[in-house]
Design a protein around this ligand. Structure first.
Ligand code: GLU
Length: 297
């Protein structure tokens, strides 16, 4: 008989700034869930550094994050594996999608995209606000594509969303409300997104591709992350299907909002754990502040 799989969680910050209260909340919710399930079964929580953006993410910011989490008292299992060491694995996944003809090389820069959709308020946008890709390279012939490469244009690999959705059909994921919940099926609806980027011009992968590949490679059973990533789960669910990867269970928790009602950002230093710590706030103080939110997620 197969051994039951032990629950495996991960907290996966991008070390491109300092951790703030929102990250502390997410790390603590992951710890709560791992502890709750760990009562009956062995469960583990991994720390993953999502540092594919090698210009903005630095080892010293990653060290700072580890220090903040240690100070807060969130413990992790296993080794930290930085995504910047795993480009070959993402490349392999991209090649699989290239082989089945669901990705295409695009050449418009961010500035060109912005210009192409300027003055078009009805232009469709991704759930995160980015305009759908306005280029028509998905139907280009090989010679046209090669001509751009010969001109020195850098390739951005995009998923042909319409084709991928038609190929995959209806997809769902299981959303849990609490660690002992049986779960609710949620429609993935990846078609809410345009042709998302799978490999950037400057980095041979993207958030969507690397997070999906790593959740599977590490055998993550429970993805617990903020509500702001719920729509992205639709893209990840599609990629899991296309790449033949296992599907974890999901929980999207409530966000810590700033005084202005908006989600916290790394550029707003006032809620960084480092600043709070310096101002004399204790780890217990932070936990108490967040406990209220965790009690009513
Ligand atoms: N690295 C992502 C972030 O910091 C989170 C990824 C995830 O939890 O799936 O926003």
């Amino acid at each position: 008989m197969d051994q039951p799989v032990s629950p495996l969680f991960r907290f996966a910050p991008s070390p491109n700034g300092a951790l703030h209260l929102g990250h502390a909340h997410s790390a603590l919710v992951n710890r709560d869930w791992a502890d709750a399930l760990g009562r009956d079964q062995e469960s583990q929580l991994l720390l993953r550094m999502e540092d594919i953006d090698t210009t903005r993410c630095t080892p010293s910011l990653a060290d700072g994050m580890r220090g903040d989490l240690h100070w807060l008292g969130v413990t992790f299992d296993g080794e930290v594996e930085p995504q910047s060491q795993r480009f070959a694995a993402y490349q392999k996944a991209l090649e699989r999608l290239q082989d089945i003809g669901l990705v295409y090389a695009s050449f418009m820069s961010r500035g060109e995209i912005k210009q192409a959709v300027a003055g078009k308020p009805d232009w469709p946008r991704d759930p995160d606000g980015s305009p759908h890709y306005p280029g028509d390279e998905r139907s280009w012939k090989e010679e046209e594509r090669q001509a751009q490469i010969d001109l020195g244009k850098r390739v951005v690999w995009r998923l042909d969303m319409a084709k991928a959705v038609a190929w995959a059909g209806r997809l769902v994921w299981t959303e849990l409300a609490n660690p002992s919940d049986a779960g609710t099926a949620i429609e993935a609806q990846p078609e809410r997104w345009g042709d998302v980027v799978l490999a950037r011009a400057d980095v041979p992968t993207s958030y969507h591709l690397s997070v999906t590949v790593d959740d599977a490679a590490q055998g993550i059973t429970h993805v617990v992350r903020g509500e702001d990533l719920r729509a992205a789960t639709g893209v990840h669910r599609l990629l899991q299907h296309l790449l033949g990867l296992p599907v974890p269970l999901y929980h999207h928790h409530g966000l810590v909002l700033g005084d202005d009602g908006r989600k916290l950002s790394k550029s707003d230093g006032s809620t960084s754990l480092a600043a709070l710590r310096e101002s004399g706030v204790t780890p217990d103080g932070i936990r108490q502040q967040l406990d209220r939110l965790r009690a009513h997620p």
